[in-house]
Design a protein around this ligand. Structure first.
Ligand SMILES: NCc1[nH]cc(CCC(=O)O)c1CC(=O)O
Length: 313
């Protein structure tokens, strides 16, 4: 009989460089905390095979469903997702058993000749496929030409190297994980470009009834990252927006005077043409992360966030 305490764990992963790096990071952390060997199992997703724009595919959930199918089928025991790619609706039978320590959630600019956003000339061609980034870049009023692109991180940065684009906007976390931070020409201030909910965080998912894996994964959980992500995603869920909506949210933890954890949450909704936006913030006990997120979403809705999102579809 197999000894369940030592049987090798199978970690399902997409085959992109970013997915493999993130998966290996979790595999290494898990095998060193638990002493159990972890092997990577490649799963190909519809999102990887299709070359259509993500928004046309029905959102980044297309990267997730094949991994979840493999979990349900029992061909893998855990899967690592970029948390921002996960739809907000809970999945019956599956649990996010660990949110590991988060990378810097901010967006970065990778531009030709070391340029920053403010130094790009009017009419400069800047590539991004994310409606949130498109909307916020247009709202800056810099006269940039936003060019829709997709593909993996290397493909996107290659369009700057080849001269096809003047710049691209990417998540700092992805570049950090694959060791490409040297290409960054500016880290974008959240006052100008607020990150996507859960950007920079990972979600490690397993079957809800798999108590062995759940217990092993608990060792990788970072409560601060979990609270911040919960607040940010509660905004998205309460706005009934998907991951391809022009919604941004960013939470930070600070220490209150009595030593308890205080959560400070900012969020924005921006019309896709950049003509209008609403933004607001709340703070409160970190233990109430989700209700803070819902409260902030309600304030944004009071200020017509729904109309901005509707105009963006
Ligand atoms: N939408 C694709 C995606 N999903 C997660 C990341 C980066 C890593 C992260 O946010 O954790 C990226 C690439 C990007 O936005 O540049």
């Amino acid at each position: 009989m197999t000894d369940l305490r030592t049987a090798t764990l199978r970690l399902g992963t997409r085959a992109s460089q970013l997915a493999l790096t993130q998966s290996q990071l979790v595999a290494d952390a898990l095998s060193s905390s638990s002493g159990v060997p972890v092997e990577l199992v490649h799963v190909s997703t519809y999102g990887d095979r299709s070359t259509e724009a993500i928004a046309q595919l029905g959102g980044t959930g297309v990267f997730v469903s094949a991994l979840r199918d493999a979990l349900h089928a029992g061909t893998v025991d855990l899967a690592v997702h970029s948390f921002k790619d996960l739809p907000t609706a809970p999945t019956p039978g599956l649990t996010v058993a660990a949110v590991p320590a988060r990378e810097d959630p901010r967006d970065v600019l990778v531009a030709r000749d070391g340029l920053t956003l403010g130094e790009l000339p009017p009419g400069a061609r800047i590539g991004t496929g994310a409606p949130r980034r498109m909307a916020q870049l247009r709202a800056l009023g810099l006269g940039l030409e936003i060019v829709p692109i997709r593909g993996n991180v290397d493909t996107r940065m290659g369009k700057v190297a080849s001269g096809e684009l003047d710049a691209v906007v990417l998540a700092r976390a992805g570049l950090a994980r694959i060791g490409r931070l040297s290409a960054v020409t500016e880290t974008l201030d959240p006052i100008q470009v607020l990150p996507a909910p859960a950007q920079g965080a990972l979600a490690v998912e397993c079957r809800s009834d798999d108590t062995r894996v759940r217990e092993l994964l608990a060792a990788l959980d970072d409560p601060a990252a979990r609270a911040c992500v919960a607040a940010e995603r509660a905004v998205l869920a309460a706005l009934e927006a998907g991951c391809s909506a022009p919604v941004a949210a960013h939470a930070e933890l600070t220490e209150a005077e009595d030593g308890s954890a205080e959560l400070w949450l900012r969020a924005s909704v921006t019309a896709i043409d950049g003509s209008d936006s609403v933004r607001d913030s709340v703070s409160g006990p970190a233990a109430e992360a989700e209700s803070l997120g819902r409260r902030l979403a309600a304030e944004l809705l009071d200020r017509d966030a729904a109309a901005l999102m509707a105009a963006s579809r």
